[in-house]
Write a protein that binds this ligand. Structure first.
Ligand SMILES: [Zn+2]
Length: 115
């Protein structure tokens, strides 16, 4: 248990959560913070409020989902890279429009820079 400068609060006003001690062996004690929110008849401190914990978990899952989606999109772009480059080369080779030829040439040069 962490160093405490005063006597612990009475059990009746303390958070209901059980927390792990800091020692080497697994042991647990009741959270010593004051209960500030009541959920289904039990008091919880701000950190152990089940609603806050649930929201934090949802937020973590949303970040994880966003990262997975970004990875999926990146993988999709990489998977289509060669096909797009080949199509662009065809456009460059067959177009008779100098403006399109210039745009295609710039894009092809840029695409090859990263390879
Ligand atoms: Zn607590």
């Amino acid at each position: 248990m962490p160093y405490r400068s005063s006597a612990p609060l009475p059990y009746e006003v303390r958070c209901q959560e059980t927390v792990r001690d800091l020692g080497r062996w697994p042991s647990y004690h009741r959270c010593e913070r004051k209960g500030v929110v009541e959920r289904e008849g039990k008091l919880y401190c701000k950190q152990h409020d089940p609603v806050t914990a649930e929201n934090a978990q949802k937020e973590k899952m949303a970040v994880w989902d966003a990262n997975m989606e970004a990875q999926r999109i990146t993988a999709h772009k990489l998977a289509t890279w060669d096909m797009l480059l080949e199509a662009l080369n065809k456009v460059y080779d067959t177009t008779h429009d100098p403006a399109i030829e210039l745009i295609a040439a710039d894009a092809i040069d840029k695409a090859r820079e990263t390879r």
